[in-house]
Design a protein around this ligand. Structure first.
Ligand code: UDP
Length: 375
């Protein structure tokens, strides 16, 4: 069998590219996915009228206007600003750790002192990664840094990654910096929202085109010898593509326990983190995202796991120098291939959020378009 474009993976990356190739280049696309559904790890479905994200809570947030506008062509947005709380010392406190968190956890004179020191050292409305705050020399700031490190980051990161914060690239814990502000939101991006009909419906619309054929339950490994193509766009794991010739890229996986409760609410917000207690990291309660009224509620307990090939899914690339170096070698091999494009969390071995995956797919499309027009 021969196709013009073979796209491997039906997540946001693959679907964005499929849509652009079909609608702008007017070429046929076969998009395959090993899973029985589209939308990759953004897949959601409805239970008791509640939109449940089957691979954990997903909040769309971006500063990239072109990405927001592009995705907005396939959905209406429910205006939602994400907040997270963590159970620390018997209280539910705002995360990222900010000035409100300080005032909730410490006696008022101490909170005022710490707040003043933070503002005079870093300025107001400034984000300070915990590993940077730990370098502070002032003894009060050093006390605060140790407190936040111990209570928020250390045990959560040990559960999430099986490593201490300093064993990972600082960008990982830097995603949730200490915020010298009174802003309790998890993200400060200009554009934030939840798609009114869910993420799967977005991908369905992206793929709804006469030139796009979707084939599920189909892994690339099983069909690669039977399908030839003019162009291959691969969002699967880049190490698997090259038969692990340079070694396997490490990943972290997750397991979810979804529970339905016969009561209107289970917890006080969409996501509660448990850095120091239990062996789950966080519990998500889905009705908060679209503010769905219902007599029941659905939550997910999130349990990080080592990724084991053939047993569970890849969720997170493990961002640290040696893994990035191994990826760079695979990326070098990729440059030798003609008409083959790698993208997505697994294809690029990058800790992309949804918006960055879409942005990358749009960039790859521009490259493809330029190459096509230069032929
Ligand atoms: N993190 C933490 N405690 C928290 C929240 C986050 O230690 O309460 C650290 C942890 O290492 C985590 C990283 O910050 O993996 C990034 O968190 P984020 O919420 O961005 O993870 P994601 O939502 O992508 O799983």
């Amino acid at each position: 069998m021969h196709v013009q474009n073979l796209i491997v993976g039906c997540g946001f990356s693959g679907a964005t590219l499929a849509h652009k190739i079909a609608t702008e280049l007017h070429e046929e696309v076969l998009i395959i996915d090993a899973k029985p559904h589209i939308a990759g790890h953004c897949y959601d479905d409805w239970q008791d009228g509640i939109c449940v994200h089957r691979y954990g809570t997903h909040i769309f947030h971006t500063n990239l206007k072109h990405v927001w506008d592009f995705v907005g062509r396939f959905t209406q947005w429910y205006p939602y600003m994400h907040t997270v709380k963590a159970q620390i010392d018997g209280q539910e406190v705002p995360i990222p750790f900010n000035l409100n968190t300080i005032h909730q956890l410490f006696p008022s004179t101490m909170a005022t002192l710490l707040t003043e020191k933070l503002i005079s050292r870093f300025g107001f409305n400034v984000k300070v990664p915990i590993l940077q705050l730990r370098a502070a020399e002032d003894k009060d700031l050093a006390f605060l840094a140790d407190y936040i490190y111990e209570k928020v980051f250390l045990n959560y990161t040990l559960k999430q990654w099986g490593m201490k914060p300093e064993e990972l690239d600082p960008v990982v814990t830097g995603r949730v910096p200490v915020y010298v502000s009174r802003d309790n939101r998890y993200f400060q991006d200009t554009y934030q929202g939840i798609p009114l009909n869910g993420y799967t419906a977005i991908v369905e619309k992206m793929l709804d085109h006469p030139l796009i054929k979707v084939q599920l339950n189909t892994s690339y490994q099983d069909v690669k010898n039977n399908i030839s193509c003019d162009r291959l766009c691969y969002t699967g794991p880049i190490d698997e593509f090259f038969d692990y010739t340079l070694g396997a890229l490490p990943y972290r996986s997750l397991a979810f326990d979804f529970v339905r409760f016969n009561r209107p609410y289970f917890q006080s917000g969409a996501v509660i983190n448990y850095p120091n207690n239990y062996n789950w990291t966080r519990i998500g309660e889905y009705k908060y995202f679209l503010n769905t009224p219902s007599e029941t509620t659905i939550v997910s307990y999130e349990y990080p796991q080592p990724f084991v090939q053939g047993q569970n899914d890849r969720y997170y690339p493990i961002v640290k120098a040696e893994n990035t170096a191994l990826y760079a070698q695979y990326a070098e091999c990729a440059t030798q291939l003609k008409n083959t494009f790698f993208l997505g969390r697994l294809g690029d071995y990058q800790y992309y959020d949804m918006d960055k995956a879409v942005a990358r797919a749009l960039d790859v499309f521009e490259r493809i378009k330029n190459e096509t027009s230069n032929d």
